[in-house]
Design a protein around this ligand. Structure first.
Ligand code: SF4
Ligand code: SF4
Length: 458
């Protein structure tokens, strides 16, 4: 146990930042995305084991047909988002930064649906285990960014009980408005999906958390949830309000212990689009083959909230929105705080892609990478929602002092970026913390292997 853990005070009663919201797309209704010639569907879009292909080049596939699966429990199958022919199975660029195995499908533009999954007449009468099996078959994962397989999250261990299922409607990243529009336009569907998830979890109640600056969403969600006894809570507006531990603290008043899970404090959190996907699976028989994302930024001609087929390339979406404006600076998948800048627009939209943010080179604040320069102002510490010591973790990671880093709860860092955002000397704190996590993980693997070999040093 690190000393920072022992010193931990109440989480999320402090910290966080207030970046400019820039949610100009909030007025844009959800619109269908492009009909691409080809989709590239990665076999790993989730936390857990990657899938193996269950189709071959030349196979004809239908919309919603399973094309990849895994025997591992912590995994989720992937399905075709178009009908057409499998034209490639190889490594393609992945939003995570590495090339990964994916299946390319050339569309016939007919969108012929697969009969594999059918709607369920009374999903709330299914046994919890049956719900989880179907959720797994539908390939549903957490769509708020983490990509944790939903059937695993809905599997409450025998020694735990879930008192509150929290529907995460706190879309705190700048620019992003996809969840906001889904709640506004599909409030009943989101809550019907949440009710199914509640049954699988055995949760006593459902609470929806929405930031107070969205009174229209709070109103429609209360109208839709009232008859079901679903509570809608108005939350303070700050980043990262939508982080899982932050929500649990704000809504349930409980702290998830270091290294623990929400279920350890009787809570479970699901994103609004995950709830919508559960609804779509049970009521329409559709596995997870598309999602709503926001396209925004000063480097793209059109701003939109689009329902995009999984596997559509970012370049196809950008072209669909009128193309880039000016010299491109950055293309970020996700929001600007936690999103990942891409080196190619050939990467596909995956189940966790909440936004495509295109920024112009001439308006971006470009920080030259340099030495770690800390003036010990303490702002990063004050703003860290996890009560960590970002400047110390980053400085030890910078010099590769893994022994010193072991004393900090590095794994507790959610990489929210509040520390880097507020740092006056613009230290790349999150990058350095990631380097530190990677270094510690490599060191532990090496030590484990030495113990395993019995070479006398273990
Ligand atoms: S990125 Fe990590 S260290 Fe920095 S503020 Fe967020 S949780 Fe704290
Ligand atoms: S905010 Fe930046 S300069 Fe200030 S203590 Fe943290 S790392 Fe150092």
């Amino acid at each position: 146990m690190g000393w920072a853990q022992r010193m931990k005070r109440a989480l999320f009663t402090r910290g966080g930042v207030h970046p400019e919201p820039r949610k100009v797309s909030s007025i844009m209704k959800i619109f269908p995305g492009p009909n691409p010639e080809q989709v590239i569907i990665p076999l790993s879009q989730h936390i857990g084991a990657p899938c193996e292909p269950v189709v071959e080049i030349g196979d004809e596939v239908l919309v919603g047909q399973k094309i990849g699966d895994s025997a591992e429990y912590v995994s989720a199958p992937v399905h075709s988002s178009v009908s057409g022919e499998v034209t490639g199975i190889k490594k393609y660029p992945h939003p995570g930064g590495h090339d990964m195995l994916a299946i390319q499908i050339t569309s016939d533009h007919l969108d012929r649906p697969s009969p594999d999954l059918q709607p369920v007449a009374e999903p709330l009468e299914l046994a919890p285990g049956e719900i989880r099996v179907r959720v797994r078959e539908g390939g549903i994962v957490g769509m708020g960014g983490a990509g944790f397989p939903t059937h695993v999250k809905l599997d409450t261990p025998a020694d735990k009980s879930i008192e509150v299922m929290i529907v995460n409607g706190a879309e705190c990243e700048p620019y992003l408005t996809g969840d906001y529009r889904v709640m506004l336009e599909n409030s009943e569907q989101v809550l019907m999906g949440a009710k199914i998830a509640q049954r699988a979890l055995g949760a006593d109640r459902i609470v929806v958390g929405v930031e107070h600056v969205f009174p229209d969403v709070i109103r429609v969600m209360r109208e839709a949830g009232g008859p079901f006894g679903i509570e809608v809570v108005s939350l303070p507006c700050r980043y990262p309000q939508g982080a899982e531990k932050s929500l649990i603290k704000s809504i349930a008043g409980r702290e998830v212990p270091t290294g623990g899970l929400p279920r350890d404090v009787g809570a479970s959190v699901s994103n609004v689009q995950t709830c919508y996907a559960v609804y779509d699976l049970f009521y329409n028989g559709r596995p997870l083959t598309d999602r709503v994302l926001t396209v925004a930024g000063d480097g793209i001609a059109g701003t939109a909230n689009l329902r995009v087929k999984i596997g559509t390339t970012v370049s196809d979406v950008i072209d669909y929105c009128g193309g880039m404006v000016g010299e491109p600076g950055k293309v970020i998948l996700g929001g600007p705080m936690m999103g990942v800048a891409q080196y190619t627009t050939g990467v596909p939209v995956i189940k966790t892609t909440s936004g495509i943010i295109v920024l112009r080179a001439d308006t971006m604040l470009v920080e030259e990478p340099g030495h770690f320069t800390c003036i010990r102002c303490g702002r990063c510490v004050k703003r860290c929602p996890m009560n960590l010591m970002p400047y110390q973790m980053a400085s030890y990671a910078d010099i590769g002092d893994w022994d010193a880093l072991e004393r900090f709860d590095l794994e507790e860092c959610m990489e929210c970026g509040c520390c880097a955002y507020i740092c006056p000397t613009k230290n790349p704190l999150v990058q350095l913390i990631k380097v530190g996590k990677d270094g510690l993980a490599r060191r532990r693997r090496k030590m484990d292997s030495l113990v395993g070999t019995g070479d006398g040093r273990g």
